[in-house]
Design a protein around this ligand. Structure first.
Ligand code: ADP
Ligand code: ZN
Ligand code: MG
Length: 493
């Protein structure tokens, strides 16, 4: 007899429960070669071309651990505030699947590279929360089965083994998250940490960042955790949030209809926004872990760790803090400007060239961001380089340009790729520095608008904006509005 799934819980029912979430994240380490052989670790090559006897799992082929992969795993561990073990062990995780020619994955089990870390997230109310990182271990990736794209794909699946042996770090969190939003923030911060340190590009479309979510619910106030379900296939940030919210509603629905949540693995299907059961605990694999006999224990000395640590770039949180302290930026702007490593680097270069970091921040987050957005571009594709934007901000800072003129010049820089000064010269655009000339224009504007002068003298001081506008128009935006306002106030008495 087929069982009918209970209805999803209502918001009122969900409000009685507290979700508990732990994430398991796979990050592909951005090495040049694979973890146990010298095949290129690259995406997009013709199927089954980046392979050799080691990553194909030929009998007798021996793995050799890639030092670069270990150093990136060390950096990842340090970025997540983990303790790195002096000795860690590789283990075989045995299972059978067509994309795994060895018949086992080389992973780490009871002695991973690193443990006991944390990631700090910021909640909606501004408070900070630390999410525990249980462990980080290294492992090799499997190949990929392709189910479509070929003439006979309706009857065959193909296997591409190029990804076999790509180096991965698996990062397991404590069950510390209490909402899909917290899980979203955790994954965001983790991704940023990996990108800023250069451990991984975390390109989700290429599968370089993958995430499984463990979800359970318990009545608010209850001490014991509920039974969890593990959700696979969350390959975008949006899916992560949607899948967790769906799963919470499903589990509360089960409990509220008098049922029990069963421990199982579920697959998220974004097309219908539902999670579907894949296998229950009874069908779970027994991986028969045992120490990998072909690899010696990995020894990481304190000296090696210190050297790797010394060579690391700043973490996003550190960079944010420095932007506030060193450049005097607002927290919010510092947050925006550290959204990606590329953006942070662009900004710092622009700030350096401009000599006015705050002004540079305004131009990066304001007009430049607007132009990028309009063309659907990321900062790394900006047609105005950081140095050029810095020059523009510098010209404003020195009073050679007004903000208004700069707004006219920036799109021209975008189009032509020219330096701001070249455009200024070509178009005869520059701030008016001759105060005598500005005064003359102001006097003309005052003389031409007696009604407004009367209003101003009668106490309606807001008309000053009208005068400023007129003067700016008469000078084609070349006068400095602050100077204009000041002179106007004097002249109007
Ligand atoms: P398993 O033995 O099924 O692999 P683990 O204890 O190793 O489970 O935990 C795997 C992941 O599940 C971790 O990220 C952990 O934080 C999370 N987790 C464990 N128990 C729960 C729970 N009751 N609810 C939600 N997540 C949980
Ligand atoms: Zn190989
Ligand atoms: Mg486990």
């Amino acid at each position: 007899m087929a069982t009918v799934a209970p209805p999803l819980a209502t918001p009122e029912q969900i409000a009685k429960y507290e979700p508990v979430i732990g994430l398991e994240v796979h990050v592909q380490l951005g090495t040049r070669t694979k973890i146990f052989c010298s095949c290129p670790n690259e995406f997009g090559a013709a199927p089954n071309t980046n392979v050799c006897p080691v990553c194909l799992g030929m009998p007798g082929a021996l793995p050799v651990l890639n030092k670069e992969a270990v150093e990136l795993a060390m950096q990842a561990s340090l970025a997540l505030h983990c303790e790195v073990r002096n000795t860690s062990i590789f283990a075989r995780k045995n299972y059978f699947y067509p994309d795994l020619p060895k018949g086992y994955q080389i992973s780490q089990y009871d002695r991973p590279v690193a443990e006991h870390g944390w990631v700090e997230i910021e909640l909606a109310d501004g408070t900070k929360k630390r999410i525990g990182v249980t462990r980080l271990h290294m492992e090799d990736d499997a190949g990929k089965n392709t189910h479509d794209g070929y003439r006979d794909s309706d009857s065959y699946s193909y296997v591409d083994l190029n990804r076999c042996g790509s180096p991965l770090a698996e990062i397991v969190s404590e069950p510390d998250m209490r909402s899909s939003e917290e899980a979203f923030q955790y994954l965001t911060e983790l991704k940023l940490a990996m990108q800023f340190t250069g451990v991984s590009n975390c390109d989700m479309e290429k599968g370089n960042l993958r995430c499984d979510a463990n979800v359970s619910v318990r009545l608010k106030g209850a001490e014991k955790f509920g039974t969890k379900a593990e959700i696979k296939n969350l390959n975008s940030f949006r899916f992560l949030r949607q899948a967790i919210d769906y799963e919470i509603a499903r589990q509360v629905g089960v409990l509220e209809s008098g049922g029990k949540v069963v421990q199982e693995t579920r697959l998220y299907n974004p097309d219908i926004d539902e999670t579907l059961s894949m296998r229950s605990k009874e069908e779970a694999h027994d991986y028969r872990y045992f120490p990998e006999p072909d690899l010696v224990p990995l020894q990481i000395s304190d000296e090696w760790l210190a050297r790797v640590k010394a060579g690391m770039t700043e973490l996003p949180a550190e960079r944010r803090k420095r932007f506030v302290e060193e450049y005097g930026l607002r927290e919010y702007d510092a947050q925006v400007l550290t959204a990606t490593r590329e953006l942070a680097e662009y900004y710092e270069e622009a700030a350096r060239v401009s000599g006015d970091p705050k002004l540079a921040a305004n131009w990066v987050t304001g007009d430049l961001a607007g132009m990028l957005k309009a063309e659907g571009k990321e900062i790394e594709d900006s047609r105005v380089s950081a140095a050029r934007l810095g020059e523009l901000a510098g010209l404003i800072a020195k009073g050679e340009l007004t903000g208004k003129l700069a707004k006219e010049i920036l799109p021209k820089m975008w189009e032509s790729g020219d330096a701001p000064r070249a455009i200024m010269e070509r178009e005869g655009l520059k701030a008016m520095s001759d105060t005598g000339e500005i005064e003359k224009i102001i006097e003309q504007v005052i003389a031409g608008n007696p009604k407004q002068v009367e209003q101003y003298k009668g106490g309606k001081t807001s008309v000053i904006q009208f005068f400023v506008g007129q003067v700016m128009k008469a000078t084609r935006g070349q006068a400095n509005p602050a100077t204009v306002t000041e002179v106007l106030k004097q002249k109007l008495g």
